[in-house]
Design a binder for this molecule. Structure first.
Ligand SMILES: [Zn+2]
Length: 365
């Protein structure tokens, strides 16, 4: 509850909120349960990874480190511009656990506690995107050096301590690489979900970027290409993100487990769907693109539901689909010009002038 409350303290954070934490925690435990991962880990390593997943974005302000540096934010001063957010998440997470009622490490031995803290901090710091390419390289090296994996159901995780070498002969350092890679895969796992979920996560993260872009415009700061709601090419941004960032990482995962994963299959499928949307957008303006419109309308309705339910209840992670803290669709209405466009589009969508409408909707929405 304390952790969820800490994530919920920024109700306008569109993406890095309690739902993202729940999603990453769930995805992490799925990956950890794979026999070829589990057989190399101790219980302490598994627990530490789950704690890191839970805390990895706690108290995220919905702003990136570049913005915090540019505006001289307190967090950038505290952490001297180095992995500002990740340092804050790790620090704040352990402050939460300092409360005796939240100290889930209290039953551990002193040595295990120390080791757990060390691993959690290292894993949270590794989620800094500036470490992404180095992390993928280390994961690739681990895959290359990996001995023939055991498909045995032998569960070395039943021991709280283990020898230096694991079932696959990993050193402690290589185990750390495996753990950070698992967490990083889960953290970048939104576009490995089914199309409907993936698409909505994409709009949420863009919504968060655009909220920052609005602030940058207000402050006269340079606005990044993904932070400008008027200039972002939505499908191309997703295609590039998949090609450059997500796919190389998840292909390593496939190589590690030695089989095709449903996540990578989803990723490739979503890539193709975004390519189809890109073709839509090249044929029509963004506000007329059926995929974009469908998501905006859905998110807008969720926001309305949330505003209504807020009168009686706090948001909960028990049903993520019904909880929405941000305003990506709402911000599309912030100026009269945009609102006018949307009204016009609604009208256009019903006119027979858009000959490809039915085909596109059935293909991409
Ligand atoms: Zn995250």
């Amino acid at each position: 509850m304390a952790v969820e409350h800490a994530y919920g303290r920024f109700p306008d954070v569109r993406y890095h909120n309690n739902q993202h934490a729940a999603d990453v925690l769930y995805s992490t435990q799925c990956l950890l349960r794979h026999p070829k991962v589990r057989c190399n880990l101790t219980k302490l390593e598994i627990i530490s990874t789950l704690i890191a997943a839970t805390l990895h974005d706690i108290q995220h302000p919905g702003l990136d480190s570049g913005f915090l540096v540019a505006t001289g934010h307190d967090l950038s001063l505290t952490y001297n511009d180095k992995s500002i957010l990740e340092n804050h998440h790790a620090s704040f997470g352990f402050r939460v656990m300092k409360n005796p009622t939240c100290d889930i490490l209290s039953q551990m031995s002193t040595d295990d506690r120390k080791e757990c803290r060390k691993m959690v901090i290292a894993m949270i710091l590794s989620t800094d995107m500036s470490a992404h390419f180095g992390g993928v390289m280390e994961f690739e090296q681990l895959v290359r050096h990996k001995r023939t994996p055991s498909s045995s159901s032998s569960d070395s995780a039943t021991d709280s301590t283990r020898a230096d070498k694991t079932l696959d002969g990993f050193s402690s350092k290589e185990v750390r690489t495996l753990l950070t890679s698992v967490l990083h895969c889960a953290d970048l796992g939104a576009c490995t979900k089914s199309w409907d979920y993936s698409k909505r996560w994409s709009f949420r993260v863009l919504g968060e970027f655009w909220q920052q872009g609005d602030k940058e415009k207000q402050k006269g700061l340079p606005v990044g290409p993904l932070n400008d709601r008027d200039k972002t090419n939505i499908p191309r941004s997703q295609i590039n993100f998949i090609n450059i960032i997500v796919k190389p990482l998840w292909e390593c995962w496939n190589q590690y487990i030695g089989e095709e994963s449903v996540q990578v299959n989803n990723l490739l499928s979503n890539h193709d769907r975004w390519s189809a949307v890109a073709e839509e957008e090249e044929a029509f303006p963004r506000e007329m693109c059926p995929t974009v419109r469908a998501v905006e309308d859905k998110e807008e309705n969720l926001d309305k539901n949330l505003n209504h339910s807020k009168l009686n209840a706090k948001p909960t992670i028990s049903n993520p689909e019904l909880v929405s803290n941000g305003r990506v669709a709402t911000t599309f209405h912030n100026d009269g010009k945009t609102t006018q466009k949307r009204q016009t589009v609604k009208k256009l969508k019903t006119t027979p002038r858009i000959g490809r409408k039915n085909k596109i909707q059935s293909t991409c929405v």
